[in-house]
Design a protein around this ligand. Structure first.
Ligand code: ZN
Length: 393
């Protein structure tokens, strides 16, 4: 299915622009008309992280006339393995500004707009309305659903991408011509079921594979060439080195873009909709959460506790809290961890930041360890507040 161009062409290209974009101009399908459409295009990239990095750099180089960057985070050392738009010298800087600096170096002829804010339901409609197309480089379900909903309500196409370890996916969601993200995934996965890249890791170069597909699709939609990924989901496996695409259909019953939509405005609370903890875990952590200072004090007093690290073995190998025994969360969920727990000691669970240990705590309490607790903030809080000499990840 080919679609008409999204953007009208700019009046003209300057001599400088003709020189810069000459390798585009001599492709018959792009030509002067296509490059003028790119010049007139306003594209917003949500997130200047793993996917946003290659996306922004190639969108800028391609001559997209107005490039918006939205991110509220600052550059951290653990970003540099894949977020190639940021440099060693940008550590601690707001990501949106660091990304804008790089983009201006790549192409001074384009207009860069920095949104150094967190996207939320109060600003998303206003911010999106200033752009023709959105590139979604978000890494969490709450923002992903909000991006989808706002794009559908505003009638704008967006290019979606997702990455995890060696696997990537991409699609173009444009409710006027095909399905939206909710047609594919009406509900977010249960909390704790799908690990994030921060929990599960991601091969750095995977970002380039998926980010470049997103830019490719953005250029096609803007200029109206080729067959955009509307109604198709591209699935990339970097270990097998396979790309395959599956058809995704518009769901006539979609709550957002179907015949009788029940969602006619943004949800009041996307965090609650996507949930960070299951109901059981939220219940379990009430009155059963200790701080890293509490844990340190227990250890210093020589209390008889059984400290369990519920992270994965490779995380435990990177850094661990002294005295912790490794029993990954999966063993709690399948029940096999329970026989490893002593009956005569207080069980203290921890993970990286406190989400996985909360899920494990729910299992442990249900099994009758009523005085079990988990450590709020996990090992990241331990490193921050107790022992900053430890490596972080
Ligand atoms: Zn839909």
């Amino acid at each position: 299915m080919s679609l008409p161009p999204l953007v009208e062409p700019a009046a003209e290209l300057t001599r400088e622009e003709v020189n810069r974009y000459s390798r585009h101009l001599i492709i018959p399908d792009v030509g002067m008309a296509g490059q003028k459409r790119l010049k007139n295009a306003k594209v917003l990239c949500v997130g200047a992280g793993g996917l946003g990095s290659p996306a922004l750099m190639y969108l800028a180089a391609a001559g997209v006339g107005t490039l918006g960057i939205i991110d509220f985070d600052v550059v951290d050392e653990s970003n540099l393995q894949r977020q190639v738009i940021h440099r060693q010298s940008s550590l601690g800087k707001p990501k949106a500004e660091s990304a804008a600096d790089t983009v201006r170096e790549i192409n001074p002829l384009i207009n860069v707009v920095v949104h150094n804010v967190a996207l939320d339901r109060d600003n998303v409609m206003e911010i999106f309305s200033g752009y023709d197309l959105i590139v979604d480089g978000t890494d969490n379900f709450a923002t992903r659903y909000m991006v989808n909903d706002a794009a559908v309500l505003l009638g704008k196409p967006y290019v979606w991408g997702s990455i995890y370890r060696f696997d990537g996916q991409a699609s173009v969601f444009w409710a006027e011509h095909g399905p939206c993200y909710r047609c594919l995934y009406p509900e977010p996965p249960p909390p704790g079921m799908v690990p994030s890249c921060a929990e599960g890791g991601v091969l750095g170069v995977l970002c380039a594979s998926i980010g470049s597909i997103q830019v490719n699709e953005a250029i096609k939609v803007i200029t109206g060439i080729g067959e955009p990924l509307v109604g198709r989901l591209m699935i990339y496996d970097a270990l097998e080195m396979t790309y395959r695409s599956v058809k995704v259909r518009k769901d006539p019953e979609c709550a957002l873009c179907g015949k009788n939509p029940t969602i006619t405005e943004l949800l009041p609370d996307y965090q609650a909709f996507c949930g960070t903890l299951s109901d059981e875990a939220s219940e379990a952590v009430k009155d059963s959460t200790i701080s890293v200072h509490d844990l340190k004090a227990m250890q210093d007093r020589g209390e008889d506790i059984f400290l369990v690290d519920v992270r994965e073995p490779n995380e435990h190998e990177i850094v661990s809290i002294p005295g912790a025994t490794l029993i990954p969360k999966g063993e709690f969920l399948d029940g096999s961890a329970l026989e490893k727990l002593p009956q005569d000691k207080k069980i203290v669970l921890h993970c990286k930041s406190g989400a996985r240990s909360a899920e494990a705590l729910a299992v442990v309490k249900k099994a009758g360890f009523s005085d079990a607790v988990h450590v709020g903030g996990g090992i990241l809080a331990w490193i921050n507040q107790i022992d900053p000499s430890l490596p972080t990840y």
